[in-house]
Design a protein around this ligand. Structure first.
Ligand SMILES: [Zn+2]
Length: 284
């Protein structure tokens, strides 16, 4: 599933491929109507055809594309990759890949394709490029890459709730862009039991956690760098993570315990019961 690193690479690629380009034609898959809600395929195509892509931004897991419509007025495209979405570039003569849901033909003869096998992604036209008018965007907390992670603010958010630290990290109002993978990986790196209450973490642990989240996201961006992002859930995809989806395997750090999988707030958490045991901060 996409988290900040995948969306960051999507933004960089779209910037490189399409900034300054005009969208000559828009096509979409009739089976993919749900990704355009609350709009529809026809309205999406009418709004974007003839517009020029001015700027591609990212906020958390959200792609915010600013365009200029045919009259030169600002127009927004909000793109969320859902669970399995990705943007790719193809030459006009290339065969269309599987699960292509949106096709934006550019004025240089190439095409941007939005692929999404499971159709949990969203593509939405935003009048005036007023992205802050979208509740999904307005609710976002600081972006760890753009804004850094302030350990004091993170500690405040962790203290303000009774929820487990792992569950708090998935809240996009706390840190925008952290998802299931990087929450598990960061807690492992910081040696914090994901089941502990956020309010019970020491100042040193929160600092270690903030550093670990930053490092995990930066590593994710480096790993995903390339023309097509890859999801670990895809058949045959390698797993580059230390604990994520590694339940039953030997812990890569202590080499004694097995990585466990538990479910918190309907999401899988992976951790080492030995390295991440106890309430006090410990150092490697
Ligand atoms: Zn371990």
């Amino acid at each position: 599933m996409p988290e900040l690193p995948e969306v960051e690479i999507a933004a960089r690629n779209l910037r490189r491929w399409a900034e300054g380009r005009r969208i000559a034609r828009v096509a979409s898959d009739p089976r993919a109507a749900r990704i355009f809600r609350p709009g529809d395929r026809g309205g999406f195509a009418r709004a974007l055809a003839g517009s020029r892509i001015v700027k591609v931004d990212r906020r958390g897991k959200h792609l915010l594309v600013t365009l200029e419509d045919r009259r030169g007025l600002p127009l927004g495209l909000w793109s969320h990759l859902g669970m399995t979405g990705k943007w790719v570039l193809r030459e006009a003569s290339d065969a269309e890949p599987l699960h292509a849901r949106v096709r934006l033909d550019l004025d240089d003869g190439r095409a941007l394709l939005y692929l999404d096998p499971r159709l949990f992604g969203r593509q939405r036209v935003v009048p005036g490029a007023d992205f802050a008018s979208l509740p999904e965007v307005a609710a976002l907390g600081p972006d760890p890459v753009h804004d850094g992670i302030d350990p004091g603010r993170l500690a405040g958010r962790l203290r303000a709730t009774r929820r487990a630290v792992k569950v708090v990290l998935l809240d996009q109002a706390v840190l925008a862009g952290v998802g299931n993978i990087h929450a598990s990986e960061s807690l492992f790196a910081a040696r914090i039991d994901p089941r502990r209450r956020g309010a019970g973490l020491s100042t040193a642990e929160v600092r270690a956690l903030a550093r670990a989240i930053g490092a995990s996201l930066r590593r994710g961006i480096e790993m995903q760098d390339g023309p097509e992002i890859a999801y670990v859930e895809e058949p045959g995809a390698p797993n580059p993570f230390r604990v994520y989806a590694r339940d039953g395997e030997r812990c890569p750090r202590c080499r004694e315990a097995e990585i466990r999988r538990i479910v918190q707030a309907q999401r899988s958490t992976f951790f080492c019961p030995r390295c991440q045991a106890g309430g006090a901060a410990r150092r490697a």
